[in-house]
Write a protein that binds this ligand. Structure first.
Ligand code: ADP
Length: 164
């Protein structure tokens, strides 16, 4: 049983995340999606909401589990008996930060490998931040995120009175 961990903020999950997740799920027995409970970043959706949106978007993938984590990723990976960390690489701009992070994690836990997966070209410019911005300004985001996220963003924008 080889398990991989896919950590991130997922605020909210996009089709780019799902593309990477599908690729990872075909390589490992189980992929554990780990939603970071990062207090320092001000998230639009709560951890529970982010988990629920990923759950609703991955019902067709049998070997996915979703949870949240706090603290050092390598400690969580060790506790979960994960062999690899999955990260998505969209562009050169992702590379430097991801490379530093991967080498730091390797020095903290030499047995844990970081695996980078490239999404389909159509998702290489996609980020949760951009999706939130376009949605807030009233743009159509239905090509970029699953249906449940379109609805959740619409509701959140209406609640916060942010839509123009
Ligand atoms: P973080 O806050 O850790 O960057 P994100 O939720 O933004 O978390 O992303 C989690 C992982 O998914 C990261 O490795 C990120 O590079 C990757 N990712 C995000 N969007 C995309 C995308 N459109 N295509 C491929 N990978 C992506």
């Amino acid at each position: 049983m080889v398990r991989a961990l896919y950590p991130g903020s997922f605020d909210p999950v996009t089709n780019g995340h799902l593309d990477v997740l599908k690729r990872a799920s075909s390589l490992f027995d189980e992929v554990l999606v780990a939603v970071a409970q990062n207090d320092s970043k001000s998230a639009l959706f709560s951890t529970e909401e982010r988990i629920r949106l990923i759950q609703q978007s991955t019902q067709d993938l049998p070997n996915i589990r979703i949870t949240s984590f706090q603290g050092l990723l390598v400690d969580f990976a060790r506790k979960q008996d994960a062999r690899a960390i999955i990260r998505g690489l969209r562009a050169i701009s992702d590379f430097e930060y991801e490379f530093q992070m991967a080498l730091m994690n390797r020095s903290l836990e030499p047995k844990l490998e970081t695996l980078f997966l490239m999404p389909s070209e159509e998702y290489t410019y996609l980020s949760s931040r951009l999706v939130k911005e376009v949605s807030r300004l009233g743009g159509d985001i239905s090509r970029f995120v699953p249906h449940c996220v379109v609805a959740a963003l619409k509701e959140r924008n209406a609640q916060t009175g942010l839509t123009p």
